[in-house]
Ligand binder design. Sequence first.
Ligand SMILES: [Zn+2]
Length: 247
Amino acid sequence: MRECWAKPLGDCKGGITGEHLFTRSIFTGEEIVVDGAPWFKGVSKRISLDAAVGNILCEHHNHTLGTYADPAGKELREAMQASVRNKPEATGTATEYVRSPGGIIVPKPTVTIRGPHVGAWLAKTHCNMIANTKGTPSIEYIQYAFSPRNPQIQFYYPHVLGEDVGFTDQPHATYVNFHEPGEPFAIQICGFWSLVALQPIPKLEVLNFLDRVREVRFQTLTLALDWTDDPPRPSSPTVQRPPTQQS
Ligand SMILES: [Zn+2]
């Protein structure tokens, strides 16, 4: 018999329920691409969102996650699609104002999304994918999905984006599990990538991916991720200098 992946939290209620691995309500009848999972033997696989359901959450935990994590995922998807739909006629218009599809100059919109809620949705989706293959997700991700309060988890988002980053208004998504220490994974929605790990990945700074980025600018839209609910970041570890040898 399958168990709820949030069982370590100790407050399961109700029977096991079907859970869409990749929140069904944020997409409209398309597929996701799943990469890097051992059960696909290194081959990417397209799966239908309708078919991607697992009996992996109890009634209580399924309902709880649906109230704030799922809306955050949907908000992010809608912001990505808006950044494509509001495309200006010329790059030069992409400063403070943009030309709308109707030819009217309008202020470049800012969409603010609660960062911890997006983080909870990312953590939840990862736990779904792991649990559906009879794996056990790390307790840090389980806890963050229900109570986003762990500053140790790294949430990487693109800091500065070019003009040809290939965003799409198609409801396309990708999940990548790296199967490495620190349990890193990546999720793409409509061309917007998020990388999450339990340990810092320093190399990502080269790619302009920063932990808990507060603002991502597109030609036609600014995405603001509000992290004020998140506890302060741990300070960088102090480098201990070896004691100077005195003769
Ligand atoms: Zn449960």
